[in-house]
Design a protein around this ligand. Structure first.
Ligand code: NAD
Length: 262
């Protein structure tokens, strides 16, 4: 790869207050990109933006609820007004809750589908307008290995993550004439993220084991023998955001240590 494959690119990253979104924001900064950090958690987004600046890049933090189109429109305009272009969108905002299928409360179903799937759609819909104008752009959405295969107690989450892959394929077709690449990443289990503090407790109930044994069980399912890291996901995100992936669109790439191969 070139020394700085994302030099002077402008990236919008949702869910960048923590976890995978934050990791991608910092890695993009290392690779030369300026970053707009969007999240419900403004304080967290501001902290990520400060760390982006430590790499000598420019950054902005915005309080954005990805389920609210008016907030997305306003924040996208703010990014465009500041930098005059938007080159990359990463959709990483997401939530999870594990329930047996007959016990998924309707409001939990609605929340998961609305944040994970509708939120991804709304951000693509708005940011793509700026990319179409310039006939270039890279859109990357974080799906999951749960977007490729159903899982125990994960009806709502899997439905949202499968949906992201369908949305990715369709948006890729619509946006191909404008040289905009639309792809998804399907990570395995990233234990270092705040999401897993919740999952330890929920999966311990579903598996009937103490919370401290959950990660061992999940690690043993991975052919490469370890959990996924934020860096593993960021490596693929840099590739998909760079010109090295110019001939790839509509893909959903597994980063699962061999756990998912389709
Ligand atoms: N952690 C894993 O094991 C794992 C595996 C596969 C996929 N994923 C996916 O990766 C993405 C990032 O998850 P993570 O593990 O970094 O979790 P995380 O909880 O650290 O990050 C999610 C971020 O999204 C933000 N967010 C939630 N609802 C929002 C909304 N309505 N509007 C704007 N921001 C909102 C949260 O404030 C948080 O900062 C999610 O889409 C998740 O489903 C995670």
């Amino acid at each position: 790869m070139e020394p700085l494959p994302l030099k002077d690119k402008i990236a919008v990253i949702t869910g960048s207050a923590s976890g995978i979104g934050q990791g991608i924001a910092l890695r993009f900064a290392q690779e030369g990109s300026h970053v707009a950090c969007w999240d419900l958690n403004l304080q967290g987004a501001e902290a990520t933006a400060s760390r982006v600046k430590e790499f000598g890049r420019e950054a902005m933090a915005c309080s954005v609820d990805v389920t609210q189109s008016s907030q997305i429109e306003a924040a996208a305009k703010q990014v465009f007004d500041r930098w005059g272009q938007i080159d990359i969108l990463v959709n990483s905002a997401g939530i999870i809750k594990a329930n047996f299928i007959t016990e998924i409360p309707e409001e939990v179903w609605d929340a998961i589908i609305t944040v994970n799937l509708k939120g991804t759609f709304l951000c693509i819909r708005e940011i793509a307008k700026y990319m179409i104008e310039r006939k270039q752009g890279k859109i990357i959405s974080i799906s999951s290995k749960s977007g490729k295969k159903g899982g125990l107690w994960l009806g709502a989450y899997c439905a949202s993550k499968f949906g992201i892959i369908g949305l990715t394929q369709s948006a890729a077709m619509d946006l191909a004439p404008f040289k905009i690449n639309v792809n998804a990443i399907c990570p395995g289990n990233v234990f270092s993220t705040p999401m897993w503090d919740l999952l330890d407790k929920e999966y311990s109930k579903k598996l009937g084991v103490p919370p401290q044994e959950v990660r061992k069980i999940y690690r043993e399912k991975v052919p490469l023998g370890r959990e996924c890291t934020v860096e593993d996901v960021a490596n693929v995100a840099v590739f998909l955001a760079s010109s090295y992936s110019d001939y790839m669109t509509g893909q959903a790439i597994n980063v699962t240590g061999g756990q998912e191969v389709h």
